[in-house]
Design a protein around this ligand. Structure first.
Ligand code: ZN
Length: 719
């Protein structure tokens, strides 16, 4: 499963969806304004490759002014469109909107970096201050009556005289997004609608800052006699982190997934495992100033009230109408079709683990802080698979080459490192490659990689774009980035990663390829459909275990020998291992997300709701939700994944089914014909085509659930 939001500032980058983008080219007045404005964050990007962000000149002190100025310029654009005396046309209304607020878009590239990659207490204060203002800004656009009437006029006219396909889709998406955001409301309801959004945006920021606070402030320090079971590389980096925090001679286990997970997997110190587990799963739930439970109750109430203004029963119904799943029932049906098999598998896994513990004379009953530890023991026994041994063959540099190889075979791309110093970066660890077409040499874009964990960088891995492909005002090239939290090794040591992290590395690269391959004309058509957008990247994970990648890139970091066939066989066999744990911890989160938003939020007690719902679902007591409610940033630090966490599994059904198409092809995962269909229908069109239709063009039919059940080693349901 994935560990990231696509863009942290999704509620804000939704701007680009509701669409306020601007070009300075045709606006003399704006050029003058810009010339006078010294703020670097607002300025047009200059330098090589059609201009690149000036990350080397970025300063937190410029953010507030830049965002405020960007909003001002964006609103000027919008007012101009709304007050145009000419009758509304696609060009003077919809296309003009696609062009608006480009300045703010540029600022948000920096804002995204300062928020996700280089955060600081100073920046977080600015974020808190700006959140309500940005919400105001969005409301001023989504509730601009004159603007909406013009959009409606274009939309209505297109119902009798359809536009070109891509223009029609932009009109449909724009109209729908305004309608879903309250544009059809009367004045009084609109006012309340805006108030709610403003309030929500502040709560979202508080929510995520509370989680970040608890991640930074609960560090477990170990003494030298408490590192039993931990790998050399892990202890080395834990020692460095401790020493950076002024605790020389100790070992720091930080309160993030990338520290918690390996610690719980390998540490022989049960009491410490319990402490680390407790710290991690109590984030946002410590009953102090940083507790999120009350904030969640407020969020649910406000969301329900807001969609109620538009006549919807609940948030989920409103949210899913433009998703591939269409209704909460469809999403719940899929989850509940898989859930019984998942919890049944957990029972088997716990029995296996208990047997190992007993044989070992450990005299314990499996608790949640034991799951990873004993699962690893079972893995070694049952599959004779040692994760540390596998790691010796997974070097970050080689994996990066493997990504490029895959992109070359499927997309015909070539990646070439740019000369150091030609493209500004925001941290010395960031590297940049130029992406070109292998045959024509055509420039496609730049790929930025920020691989290592550091303080102020959020946990997990994610992909984002600084500039997306469009052609409506001349072809724009793509600036895409991948961000991970690999532990930076001691100088001179290779970066060895786990199989899971290697898989995630491929996953995020899938998002980047999705950005690079875009062939859309208008910015709005680059937008994602939440339960579909993860599919392309999940599918790309499958190339990690192809023979071509294994034989060329999965080589031992000391001897250079390829990973032995027997070990690969074990990894493949082990791929269904622990699927009870993985599927259950994920589905529990996805189900709680959906059920919280279908419930009546009046007087809701979040803690009790979580406990009782899990009980009803017969959640096994030996594990917890992957993201417990008080730390469920996907759902409560914004709206990006609210009632949408199911989307990973929805996308997984597509992934397994699409992967079968490659398995069935003459040349397997590198079959040229299937690869061409993959690029043409599943990647390049992005949201310029209905996802269900695009999938049918690729597969010749709708996706089926059978391949997913098979991939997870669950019984395949009988027809
Ligand atoms: Zn993803």
């Amino acid at each position: 499963m994935t560990k990231h939001n696509l863009r942290h500032i999704k509620t804000l980058s939704l701007c680009a969806l509701i669409a306020f983008t601007t070009s300075c080219k045709d606006d003399k007045k704006k050029e003058d304004t810009m010339a006078k404005n010294e703020n670097i964050l607002l300025q047009e990007w200059t330098g090589p490759f059609d201009g690149v962000p000036a990350f080397d000149k970025m300063n937190v002190k410029d953010v507030k002014e830049a965002v405020e100025k960007g909003m001002e310029l964006g609103l000027e654009d919008i007012e101009k469109i709304a007050n145009n005396p000419e009758p509304a046309t696609f060009e003077n209304t919809i296309a003009a909107m696609e062009r608006s607020a480009k300045d703010l878009d540029r600022v948000f590239t920096y804002y995204g970096i300062l928020s996700s990659n280089m955060s600081s207490p100073e920046f977080r204060d600015i974020q808190i201050e700006l959140a309500p203002k940005l919400s105001d800004y969005n409301s001023k656009i989504s509730q601009n009556e004159k603007l909406f009437q013009r959009i409606k006029a274009v939309y209505d006219a297109s119902q009798t005289t359809p536009l070109e396909d891509d223009q029609q889709r932009v009109v449909d998406l724009t109209y729908k997004s305004f309608e879903m955001n309250g544009a059809n409301l009367d004045a009084e309801k609109k006012k309340r609608y805006a108030e709610i959004n403003k309030e929500l945006s502040s709560i979202y920021t508080k929510f995520s800052n509370n989680v970040l606070h608890d991640e930074e402030n609960y560090v477990t320090y170990l003494n030298a006699d408490q590192v039993g079971g931990l790998s050399e590389s892990f202890t080395k980096s834990a020692a460095k982190i401790a020493s950076d925090k002024g605790e020389d001679g100790k070992y720091a286990i930080t309160n993030t997934r990338s520290s918690m997970d390996p610690f719980l997997t390998y540490s022989t110190e049960r009491e410490l495992r319990k402490q680390v587990w407790n710290n991690y799963y109590s984030r946002g739930d410590n009953g102090d100033d940083y507790d999120n439970n009350e904030l969640i109750a407020q969020i649910l109430k406000l969301r329900k009230e807001r969609v109620g203004l538009m006549g919807y029963d609940n948030y989920a119904e409103w949210r899913l109408q433009d998703r591939m799943a269409k209704t909460p029932e469809n999403a719940m049906d899929l989850m509940m079709a898989v859930w019984p098999a998942a919890i049944a598998r957990v029972k088997e896994e716990v029995a296996d683990m208990q047997a190992v513990a007993n044989a070992n004379g450990d005299n314990i009953t499996i608790e949640p802080w034991d799951y990873r530890y004993y699962a690893e023991k079972v893995r070694q026994k049952k599959y004779d698979l040692d994760s540390e041994e596998v790691k010796q063959y997974l070097q970050l540099d080689k994996l990066t080459q493997a990504l490029f190889y895959t992109a070359a075979r499927l997309f015909n791309y070539e990646f070439t490192p740019v000369a150091e110093g030609t493209v500004p970066v925001f941290h010395e660890d960031v590297n940049v490659w130029e992406v070109t077409d292998k045959d024509s040499g055509k420039h496609i874009g730049l790929w930025y990689l920020d691989p290592f964990a550091r303080e102020g960088k959020r946990s997990g891995a994610w992909a984002t774009t600084y500039r997306s492909h469009t052609t409506y005002d001349g072809a724009e090239t793509v600036l895409a980035s991948n961000n991970s939290n690999f532990v930076k090794p001691a100088p001179g040591e290779p970066v060895l990663v786990s199989w899971d992290d290697a898989t995630t590395f491929f996953h995020e690269f899938g998002h980047a390829l999705h950005f690079f391959s875009s062939n859309v004309k208008y910015p709005t058509l680059n937008g994602g459909v939440r339960d579909y957008t993860e599919f392309q990247s999940q599918l790309l994970e499958r190339w990690l275990s192809t023979d071509e990648v294994i034989n060329q890139f999965l080589v031992h970091y000391k001897t250079g020998e390829p990973i032995p066939a027997t070990l690969v066989e074990k990894i493949k066999k082990a791929s269904t291992f622990n699927q009870g744990f993985g599927t259950t911890e994920y589905l529990a989160s996805a189900l709680i997300d959906m059920k919280l938003h279908l419930a009546d939020p009046e007087n809701i007690d979040i803690d009790k709701f979580e406990r009782e719902t899990l009980k009803e679902l017969k959640m096994p007591k030996e594990l917890v939700m992957r993201h417990r409610t008080p730390q469920f940033g996907h759902v409560f630090s914004g709206e990006g994944y609210a009632t949408a966490y199911y989307g990973y599994m929805w996308a997984d059904v597509l992934t397994s089914d699409a992967s079968e198409a490659f398995k069935e092809a003459p040349d397997g995962f590198y079959d040229a014909q299937v690869a061409k269909k993959l690029v043409d229908y599943l990647f390049a069109p992005r949201n310029s085509m209905d996802p269900a239709e695009a999938y049918r063009l690729f597969r010749g039919r709708d996706a089926k659930i059978e391949a997913l059940m098979k991939d997870r080693g669950f019984p395949v349901p009988k027809k």
